[in-house]
Ligand binder design. Structure first.
Ligand code: 6A9
Length: 780
């Protein structure tokens, strides 16, 4: 039983769902739509994992033995320590097709996924996986001339699985396993191959599939010890809910795995379905799907005249990995509660309600889970590919809202997601927000409907979605507008900064998404954050246009218009945030520049003196603008508040194009070289993160604004155009170069040499490079 009992009597307010019909209950998300998305590669944290969009699914996945320096290693969960020199989806359409390439030392694996619904298929249809294994050193004389794959099926519902036979000879019978479930009826799993191979197996019974790699490894080690062979024991019993099949063959070899459901009904069609999902039939289906993918890529991004073919390959990997990285999660968030609260919990957290989340993820090996503000950026790509997937994802996120209009920022749902993160980072803080970037995507959709860019069916679906979402969006807006407001009307600040810390050089602002980007040295209620003010403008603007579309202008719609107008007021913005001397927009707060970290001798422990890095404040903080030029300073430009004829626009262009400030050959750095905190560590353990390196999401927003100003009449139009072109070229060139050199998209890029930094396989917002290639920007 994975689900903790809910507090039945009276739910604490913070874990009470928003009292309105769920968006995901809309008719448009049922029926064919729902079924078409049932099975998928929705387990992004493993190299290849399949499940259905249901809380306790039948799951499947691939492991293999990698060989390094003559030793074997089990590969399963995406891990940097596996040192794969490349992996990721070169193609994926988010639905029924994907092709992935993985390079593990001398071994190259190509995994393809294909899905189809045939007459006789059970709910959600059938699917197939092809694994094509090559090895550079596959000559007969080599010691490692055979490869070992492990394909598993596991029933999270605990139903037991039946083995195809006691000894598996696939040339006799291709049946590996079968079972039965409520959702899809009876099902069978088959293995077909033209190559010679041995198949061994092992059965397990456990609800904990997240440590399956360990189980398989232990079983192999035990066999190796006893019999000196690398082979699963061919042991299972009737109660096993997990079956693992070891497939061993000489390089090169190829296997096709076919999953067929609804097999209880019409057995004659089963053979036919299996053969159409394997062999030459599968080959031609995969080819056809790949052609479709290429054609859709061409049509939707329409950029062949704008970029070279090398960039197009990286662009395809960007969208392929974004779609291939989409996951389905189910579980309960932990919500942090104040220590002194009397909620009757012995822990410092309570559980959110059990919830499902269908979402893209920032990075498969490191952050294979949902992040609220990342998702808004992801949707800018996804809606342009498949509007139905995008609405489904946004709907899931908005359904996670509580009665206060709050959505937890980081979604760590279920055991598999939890296994990727240290415990202390799990609880989410209900006082903390995260930029409401979903409004960017929603605004694009509204705009698209108004300008007839969608088919009429799509437009109707978007409108009915917005109709159902409206109360939630209003509550979301209100949550920000009330809980994150500042002392002065029209001012806002990110709540949740630590005002008592003695360790951080500058207390972090995790909720802003820009973590360690420097803010006022002393957090107080006097703060005003210019980025949040601009996010509020985006939200108000978007709400206003949604209200217009839904013909609600006379009710609350009017207020959003008024709020948006107030927040676009150039004079007020300048009074609150503009610094004449720097020509830049800044936060405001209780601040001193005279802060540093220094080592302090602490009391003697066990005879040893200990040292700690602590913060020293050498100046007197005062209420003032906080003089750090960087991404935050550019928000008024990003939001296009600055009139195109204003000399303040010229100032912003100066800051952007100045190499001593933000300009590099690889994109705009997050913090000016002239800032006192440029590339400074925040604590002994926290290296600079948003204090210099180049991030794609912000560069995309800045480019989008430059693109806008290069089309608006005004004295700086030409200059905006030149800067836009150069910045765009630099960003594309650098990301593509890194992709070709390293095989990966990266979390951020070094501002000095352009090298990918932070996490690799960061196919979240770095994938926006594709929209940059295509010059696809929103109207807002
Ligand atoms: C905490 C650490 C082994 C950081 O892309 C996701 C987020 C962004 O939303 C945010 O803006 N990333 C950015 O500043 C990654 C955050 C990962 C948090 C993980 C646990 C230990 O894990």
């Amino acid at each position: 039983n994975l689900i903790k009992p809910a507090e039945e009597v009276q739910r604490p307010r913070v874990v009470t769902p928003f009292p309105a019909p769920k968006i995901m209950d809309l008719p448009q998300f049922q029926g064919e739509h729902k079924e078409s998305l049932y099975w998928g590669t929705y387990r992004p944290h493993v190299y290849l994992g399949i499940r259905a969009r249901t809380p306790r699914s039948l799951v499947a996945g691939l492991m293999w033995l990698g060989v390094k320096d003559g030793r074997y290693f089990m590969r399963h969960v995406c891990q940097d320590s596996d040192e794969l020199s490349k992996y990721g989806w070169t193609h994926h359409n988010g639905r029924d097709f994907g092709r992935q390439l993985l390079i593990d030392q001398d071994m190259t694996l190509e995994t393809s996924f294909f899905k189809s619904k045939e007459a006789g298929s059970g709910y959600g249809g059938d699917w197939a996986v092809r694994v094509d294994v090559q090895n550079e050193k596959s000559g007969d004389g080599e010691p490692w001339r055979s490869g070992h794959l492990f394909f598993y099926v596991a029933d999270e519902d605990g139903h037991s699985l039946s083995l195809g036979g006691d000894s598996l000879d696939i040339h006799e019978s291709s049946l590996l396993a079968s079972g039965s479930r409520m959702d899809v009826g009876r099902w069978q799993l088959h293995l077909k191959s033209l190559d010679d191979m041995e198949v061994h197996y092992s059965g397990f019974r456990t609800p904990h599939i997240h440590n399956l790699s360990d189980l398989v490894q232990e079983s192999l080690v035990e066999q190796a010890r006893k019999y000196n062979r690398l082979q699963l024991p061919d042991r299972s019993d009737n109660s096993a809910n997990i079956l693992v099949f070891q497939i061993s063959a000489k390089f090169p070899f190829k296997i096709d795995i076919a999953f067929v459901s609804g097999t209880g009904l019409d057995s004659s069609r089963v053979e036919e379905r299996i053969s159409s999902l394997t062999g030459t039939s599968l080959t031609s289906k995969l080819k056809e799907k790949q052609r479709e993918f290429d054609a859709k890529f061409e049509k939707n991004f329409n950029m062949s005249s704008k970029i070279d073919s090398e960039s197009a390959v990286a662009g395809k990997a960007a969208i392929g990995n974004m779609l291939g990285g989409i996951g389905y999660f189910y579980g309960q968030s932990k919500i942090a509660i104040p220590r002194d609260s009397n909620l009757g919990s012995h822990e410092n957290y309570i559980y959110y309600w059990p919830a499902e989340l269908y979402t893209a993820v920032p990075s498969r090996p490191f952050f294979p889970r949902g992040f609220l503000w990342d998702e808004g950026f992801h949707q800018l790509l996804i809606w342009r590919w498949d509007i139905h997937i995008s609405l489904d994802i946004i709907g899931h996120w908005l359904d996670l809202m509580n009665i206060d209009g709050w959505i937890p920022r980081e979604q760590i749902l279920g055991a598999e997601a939890l296994s990727k993160i240290p415990e202390e980072f799990v609880p989410q803080h209900p006082t903390d927000g995260n930029p409401p970037t979903l409004f960017m995507a929603l605004h694009d959709l509204v705009d698209g409907v108004k300008k007839n860019k969608f088919t009429s069916t799509e437009s109707i679906e978007i409108s009915s979605f917005l109709e159902q979402a409206f109360v939630r969006l209003e509550a979301w807006f209100q949550w920000f507008n009330t809980t994150q407001s500042g002392k002065e009307t029209g001012s806002y600040y990110w709540h949740g900064r630590d005002s008592k810390t003695t360790r951080e050089l500058n207390p972090k602002t995790l909720s802003s998404g820009l973590d360690d980007y420097p803010r006022a040295s002393h957090p107080t209620a006097d703060e005003r954050h210019v980025d949040l003010r601009c996010w509020m403008l985006l939200a108000a603007d978007c709400m206003h246009s949604v209200a217009q579309l839904l013909k609600k202008e006379n009710g609350s719609g009017k207020e959003y218009g008024t709020t948006a107008k107030m927040l676009t007021d150039f004079e007020v913005l300048n009074q609150m945030h503009y610094d004449e001397a720097y020509g830049a927009y800044f936060d405001f707060g209780y601040h001193t520049e005279k802060v540093r970290l220094s080592w302090k001798e602490m009391k003697v422990e066990h005879g040893y003196p200990t040292r700690e890095l602590v913060r020293e404040v050498l100046g007197n903080p005062e209420l003032r603008l906080v003089p750090h030029i960087g991404y935050v300073s550019l928000f008024p430009l990003m939001r296009r508040i600055i009139p195109s004829e204003s000399w303040i626009l010229q100032k912003q262009l100066d800051l952007i194009s100045n190499r001593s400030i933000l300009w590099t050959d690889f994109g705009l750095r997050s913090l000016s070289k002239t800032s006192s905190l440029y590339m400074k560590r925040n604590t002994e353990h926290d290296a600079p993160y948003w204090r210099g390196p180049i991030w794609m999401n912000m560069n995309y927003m800045i480019l989008s604004a430059l693109h806008h100003y290069s089309k608006e009449d005004g004295p700086y139009r030409e200059r905006a155009k030149t800067i836009y072109d150069d910045l765009r070229t630099n960003l594309i060139r650098n990301v593509v170069r890194n992709y070709n050199r390293t095989g990966f998209l990266w979390e951020q890029y070094d501002q000095k040499n352009g090298k990918g930094k932070g996490q690799r396989v960061f196919t979240g917002w770095t994938s926006l490079v594709l929209l940059i290639m295509a010059e696809a920007y929103g109207e807002i």
